[in-house]
Design a protein around this ligand. Structure first.
Ligand SMILES: O=C(O)COP(=O)(O)O
Ligand SMILES: [Mg+2]
Length: 227
């Protein structure tokens, strides 16, 4: 039988990337003559990739943004973010041990993120963990991205997994909505980047630390989904 799979979101779920996203976003805003944003505001802008993050920051300051200027800023963001990687970004507490536990028990692991694929691969490689994932799919890997359920389903298929034996772990509405629309159970972490608390989006489970992501939890969710 196909191995079961756990698919992780990246920003705010696997890795605490906020300080570096904030630095690079503020670099872009400064270059455009806008005010810098703080870590609290950043949580409202992250989740749909860099392009949307920049658009949201402009909207919040009621500043116009032409398509050409947005393209230029996305390029500037990529250049700055990529050059400073891995910066201050770190895996969340307990997640490496949790992934070890899952892999030892026969689970495949994958990443489904709205970050650009190249940035996600580079970040995980620089943190020394890219090889443990069967696949790393970004917001530009397909023609659709979370909350579109196909982003998650296609990630699972690319990893060689079965969507009927899968669990998603995420921090935002996009993750939870994608998983629910795909009929895949979803564990939400409550320490990630979201403006509203994750319980509003009704995930299958909520955890506050990766010690709570046990084999029983993952197996139980897959079994319940099959009923
Ligand atoms: O960078 C973003 O905006 C979103 O990235 P995530 O899907 O890994 O949370
Ligand atoms: Mg996230």
């Amino acid at each position: 039988m196909t191995k079961p799979i756990v698919v992780f979101d990246l920003d705010g779920t696997l890795v605490d990337t906020a300080p570096d996203l904030l630095d690079s976003l503020n670099h872009c805003l400064e270059q455009s003559g806008l005010e810098r944003v703080d870590p609290v505001a950043l949580r409202r802008y992250v989740g749909q990739g860099a392009r949307v993050m920049i658009e949201r920051a402009f909207e919040a300051q009621q500043k116009q943004l032409s398509p050409e200027q947005l393209d230029w800023l996305v390029g500037l963001f990529l250049e700055h973010y990529s050059a400073h990687m891995p910066g201050q970004s770190q895996f969340f507490a307990g997640v490496i041990t949790a992934m070890d536990r899952l892999a030892t028990a026969g689970f495949m692991l994958a990443v489904c993120t709205n970050k650009f694929e190249a940035l996600a691969v580079k970040l995980l490689a620089e943190l020394g963990e890219a090889d443990r994932f069967a696949t790393i799919c970004g917001g530009d890997t397909f023609t659709f991205r979370k909350p579109d359920p196909r982003h998650l389903v296609e990630t699972i298929l690319r990893a060689g997994g079965d969507p009927a034996r899968a669990v998603m772990v995420g921090d935002s509405r996009a993750d939870i909505d994608a998983a629910k629309a795909a009929g895949i159970p979803v564990i939400a972490v409550d320490f990630g980047y979201t403006d509203l608390p994750v319980n509003n989006f009704e995930p299958s489970r909520i955890i506050s630390h990766y010690d709570e992501l046990t084999l029983d939890m993952a197996n139980g969710l897959i079994m319940a989904a099959a009923l």
